[in-house]
Write a protein that binds this ligand. Structure first.
Ligand SMILES: Cc1cc2nc3c(=O)[nH]c(=O)nc-3n(C[C@H](O)[C@H](O)[C@H](O)COP(=O)(O)OP(=O)(O)OC[C@H]3O[C@@H](n4cnc5c(N)ncnc54)[C@H](O)[C@@H]3O)c2cc1C
Ligand code: SF4
Ligand code: SF4
Length: 1024
């Protein structure tokens, strides 16, 4: 089973992109490698820069990027590189936080092709997968068997199994499941010289037998492992911290424990002495020992149900003191959130409502989750916990007779319980609010990851937090604390500005002091994220000189020339790793916008603040079926890094900070490959944890491109769609017939570049405005009305789909609203804005504000039917104009269903009861999703009697004019196919969609007989 898009949009002959630049750094290397192997290799400037970052604060431009399709490709590349001493770096989703996924190397991206689930054996609870398989996708497949890959890193729906092995990843439920290493049965690997071999379970006797210090690479590896087991085992047992979660250094404590049959920290039994699993030595090796090309992993059953209790504390220190006693109750997860994050969450639109459930005086929470056989069992476990840790709470269940009882003082103020999915999700949402809030800073000071992953024995957490706070105070900064308190892993990101020397000193000083504290308390500098560039240098302090030497020897045995991801986990003394080197932002960093921005960027700390906002987490690389949401449709359609928001944001920053040629951002190639493929859906502005607004960046950069290079005829035509539509209506039905004349569409494609296969909009001779005037205006007088609304005749509604306007007027009238259409308004300026004609958009905005703001001041609400036009008034105008009148218009504007819902107008309407039972599939508009206004239509339709299946869908791919552009038609189709599959899977009898573009696209489905209606038309149809 492969998860590649069925057709690569770039293969369409009209596509003007191939995901790379023409500026190739080492063409001979690319030619050579492509001759040796069967896969694509890129060394152009865009590809290299796109792979220069991960989710860490580091940046290193690689030599080239290869996309292996088979083990033979990997072996060929490694052999070639070994012969020429070229470093190699394997990569999954590139979501690592410590910099272990960036290096001066040939990068192997496994997620592009080697992402197949090769076999699932439900009886044996085992799966064999390729390294680029995304964990979320694997679990989606396994769900059919009630099984899962148990380690659950928070970003598992964006990260790959190869990366999970590389980092020895785990997640919130590590108390129950441990780390990835426990689930690796066997791996096919390619060694540094290109040898393909298997690692798995083997007796220590066989290791001795195969060991030969003078033999081939494999024999030398066995020789070193044999030596370690014979000579260093006691040292390893002694030096490794007694922690359930420690991924610093190499995974040698497990090797020794398995060889001796000892129990691992956390209680995992290792079986009979004398047998070890060598594949597990690779866990946490960060691509430095061998490259995994296939992994067989064991699986766990999905728990029947879960129960959550959120314990609320007056102080973080109280919460920390409570962790050890809570662990006596054997929960599956214990997660912490501190006061800094709770306070920040209180102020956000998204998380604020969730914090309202917290009792007064809450300054820290612990989320405790139990796995349960059924709800009663869940209630019993929670009741046991509360009887012990929060006895004043009125628990919903009764504790079991043998529920643990500790002597520790009860410290929690109150507890909230949750048993059903929605309630549990609410509490988890609060826990997960931390990262997005921290990462939305646009200032030069950022909450960066470098000591964010400490692992501490849970009983020592109070001491650690106290010491940690003192260190931060000494270094004149602060941080917030959240994450996996149960196993002692705290995520802490101090605020540091690495663009200054002071910041670099803070970085080093804090990391050094925290490492001392960690060592003193018997902890580790990394509990799950790995060493990378941020922490490798502390491994010597953590493990001592002797083990550091063992690490070096192990590395040399596996990789004699130190070519596999050099500098991570361990380094050679002549080439040390320093956490202050290779930072994305350092004191030498220089950013040159090169133009005067045309939009308002004040709230984003300037244009530069927004360009630098992406922190590289890879959240925009999630699939629709696993991640859901709106971001990022072009990546979902192509699986190319350059088509993800991260790729665009990286490329733009690199174009303005000297990594690419000066002025690169305004070249034809940059527009075609980077900016032009962004469909402006605004999905990133809502789904990205940092709220990177690529649609706005695109508008700004395209505007400057037009300023420098001029605009194409087609772009100018699309920006003038309102004028063209007015003529289309005036000339209808002739205008409609003209587009059906033989050859006319091919001519249009050849001359202007408008896709000949895409039906053009139909123009109505009687516009919405004509209809309204002919019927004599509104039938509810102002005197009889409670409310008055200006229904704005947007271009699509007015000329192409007047039925939606008529429905809106009739529904509003039926609800007793006095309606009028405004005089003297043109379009909203949306097409001009999207196409980067920002001065034209601004002129239009000025005119509309002049007309509509006085009406708003006079108590008129402004109601817009086309979602992208509503959002233009509500949001984008504020980027064009910063004055009170524009803000007043923004506040007075509603989408039509938003209006009905916000004022509960449907309660004044009588609906036909016979409707009950009709199920409609609802596809919302991405701009409304981005402004959190998409739920209104669903609510209103449900109250009118429809069963509604709201799709968790992204953009339809039409995106205004994008789908009409011949070179983008295949990308548009590829995006649409994701939506079509969702519609096909829905139980709806028919589809409903508020957006004009979406309806056109949905009407293009082979099974569609016509375009779907808008929600307001369905509402009108439901009126009695
Ligand atoms: C917001 C956020 C939350 C996170 N939460 C968690 C969490 O809860 N728990 C957790 O453990 N981590 C977490 N992480 C870190 C990261 O997502 C995980 O470690 C993840 O498993 C890495 O997967 P990846 O595919 O992105 O790997 P990459 O970053 O691409 O690679 C990780 C390492 O594995 C190596 N590697 C990749 N493929 C191979 C291969 N085929 N053979 C050998 N080595 C290979 C790479 O060289 C690199 O050193 C989080 C990251 C982010 C951004
Ligand atoms: S654009 Fe947002 S989601 Fe994507 S990598 Fe950057 S920060 Fe993460
Ligand atoms: S606006 Fe849409 S297409 Fe463009 S980067 Fe953001 S999510 Fe992707």
């Amino acid at each position: 089973m492969s998860l590649e898009p069925s057709v690569d949009p770039a293969t369409d002959r009209r596509a003007n992109y191939d995901y790379r630049s023409d500026d190739v750094d080492r063409p001979a290397l690319v030619d050579d490698l492509e001759r040796v192997v069967g896969c694509s290799v890129r060394a152009d400037s865009y590809s290299r820069e796109l792979y220069a970052t991960d989710a860490s604060p580091y940046e290193v431009t690689p030599i080239a990027v290869a996309f292996p399709e088979s083990t033979a490709d990997v072996a060929g590349i490694l052999e070639y590189c070994a012969e020429r001493t070229i470093p190699v770096l394997p990569r999954g989703g590139g979501t690592s936080l410590a910099g272990q996924t960036v290096n001066r190397a040939v990068v192997l991206d496994f997620t592009r092709h080697m992402n197949e689930i090769l076999e699932v054996d439900p009886d044996e609870r085992r799966a064999t997968v390729q390294p680029g398989t995304i964990l979320g996708t694997l679990n989606e497949t396994l769900a059919a068997h009630d099984l899962k890959f148990a380690p659950d890193p928070a970003w598992g729906d964006k990260s790959a199994i190869g990366g999970a092995i590389g980092n020895n990843s785990t997640g919130a439920h590590s108390l129950k499941y441990g780390k990835t290493d426990a689930y690796i049965d066997a791996c096919e690997v390619v060694l540094a010289d290109g040898t393909v071999t298997e690692f798995g379970e083997v007796s220590t006797a066989e290791i001795t037998e195969r060991a030969d210090p003078d033999g081939d690479l494999e024999a030398r590896i066995y020789a070193e492992l044999d030596r370690i087991l014979a000579e260093d085992a006691d040292l390893i047992e002694e030096a490794y911290p007694d922690l359930k979660r420690n991924v610093s250094g190499y995974n040698l404590d497990r090797l020794v424990a398995e060889s001796r049959g000892n129990t691992l920290p956390g209680g995992e039994e290792t079986g009979e002495a004398g047998t070890v699993n060598l594949a597990r030595v690779l866990a946490g090796s960060e691509g430095t020992l061998a490259i995994v090309t296939e992994a067989t992993v064991s699986l766990e059953p999905v728990p029947e149900t879960k129960a959550v209790s959120l314990l609320c504390y007056p102080e973080l220190h109280d919460a920390m003191r409570d962790v050890a006693p809570i662990l006596e109750h054997e929960p599956a997860a214990v997660e912490v959130l501190d006061d800094v994050l709770i306070d920040l969450a209180r102020d956000t639109a998204e998380f604020g409502p969730v914090t309202e459930i917290l009792p007064d005086g809450t300054n820290a929470v612990l989320l405790v989750e139990f796995y349960a056989d059924d709800v009663a069992h869940g209630r019993e476990q929670v009741a046991g916990l509360l009887a012990d840790r929060c006895p004043d709470a009125d628990a919903e269940g009764e504790p079991a007779d043998d529920a643990p009882k500790t002597d520790a003082e009860a410290l929690a103020l109150e507890a909230i319980e949750a048993y059903d999915d929605a309630e549990r999700a609410k509490l988890w949402k609060l826990r997960k609010s931390g990262l997005p809030i921290l990462l939305s800073r646009t200032t030069d000071e950022k909450h960066i990851s470098f000591i964010e992953d400490t692992g501490i024995p849970p009983a020592k957490l109070p001491e650690f937090v106290e010491g940690f706070e003192a260190i931060l105070e000494d270094h004149d900064t602060y941080a917030s604390i959240y994450a996996h308190a149960g196993p002692g892993v705290l995520h802490v990101r101090p605020l540091v500005n690495t663009k200054t020397e002071i910041g670099l000193d803070q970085l080093y000083g804090i990391a050094d002091d925290v490492t001392d504290l960690v060592v003193e308390l018997g902890g580790s500098v990394s509990g799950e994220h790995g060493d990378g560039r941020a922490r490798t240098q502390w491994n010597e302090k953590l493990y001592g000189d002797d083990l550091w030497e063992t690490f070096q020897d192990l590395k040399t045995a596996f990789d004699p020339d130190w070519l596999l991801n050099p500098g991570q986990v361990v380094f050679r003394e002549d080439d040390p790793t320093d956490l202050r080197e290779h930072l994305r932002f350092d004191p030498d960093y220089a950013f040159e916008t090169g133009f005067e921005p045309a939009l308002e960027w004040e709230n984003d700390n300037g244009f530069q603040g927004m360009v630098e906002l992406c922190h590289g987490c890879g959240g925009c690389r999630g699939e629709q079926s696993t991640t859901g949401g709106v971001m990022c449709p072009t990546y979902r359609a192509s699986h190319e890094e350059i088509t993800a928001t991260r790729g665009r944001a990286n490329a733009l920053r690199q174009a303005m900070s000297g990594d690419l040629e000066p002025g690169e951002a305004f070249t034809d190639e940059f527009v075609e490959e980077v900016m032009g493929l962004c469909i402006g859906c605004k999905g990133c502005a809502i789904d990205c944890p940092s709220e990177v607004d690529m649609a706005k960046l695109k508008a700004e950069v395209t505007h400057e491109y037009h300023e420098r290079n001029g605009a194409t005829l087609r772009d100018r035509l699309f920006a003038e769609v309102a004028t063209l539509s007015a003529w289309g209506s005036r000339l209808a039905p002739l205008s409609n017939a003209a587009s059906k004349l033989p050859g006319s569409r091919r001519l249009l494609e050849a001359t202007v570049g408008i896709d000949s296969s895409r039906p053009l909009p139909t123009f109505h001779a009687t516009t919405f405005r004509d209809w309204f005037e002919r019927r004599g205006g509104c039938r509810v007088s102002a005197a009889d009305a409670d409310q008055k609304a200006v229904v704005y005749p947007d271009t699509y509604t007015n000329y192409n789909h007047p039925e939606a306007g008529k429905a809106a007027v009739r529904v509003l009238e039926a609800a007793g609203v006095h309606v009028r259409l405004p005089d003297d308004v043109g379009d909203t300026g949306r097409p001009a804005f999207s196409k980067g004609f920002l001065e034209k958009a601004r002129e239009t905005a000025v005119e509309n504000v002049e007309t509509l703001a006085p009406l708003a001041a006079d108590g008129w609400d402004v109601v817009v039917i086309e979602p992208s036009d509503a959002v233009m008034f509500q949001s984008d105008y504020l980027d064009l104009l910063s004055d009170d009148a524009t803000e007043m218009l923004a506040n007075a504007t509603y989408g039509v269903c938003e209006y009905v819902d916000s004022f509960r107008l449907d309660e004044k309407l009588a609906f036909d009861p016979d409707l009950a039972g009709e199920t409609v599939t609802y596809h919302g508009h991405c701009h409304q999703k981005a402004t959190r206004k998409d739920h209104h239509a669903v609510g209103v339709l449900r109250r009118a009697g429809y069963e509604v299946d709201p799709l968790d869908s992204g953009c339809c791919g039409m995106a205004g004019s994008f789908g009409y552009e011949a070179e983008h038609a295949s990308m548009s189709d590829a995006i649409a196919s994701i939506l079509y599959d969702q519609v096909a899977d829905s139980d709806g009898d028919r589809v409903v969609a508020p957006g004009a573009s979406c309806r056109t696209q949905l009407g293009n489905r082979s099974s569609a007989t016509s375009e779907p209606p808008t929600p307001i038309e369905l509402l009108e149809a439901a009126l009695e």
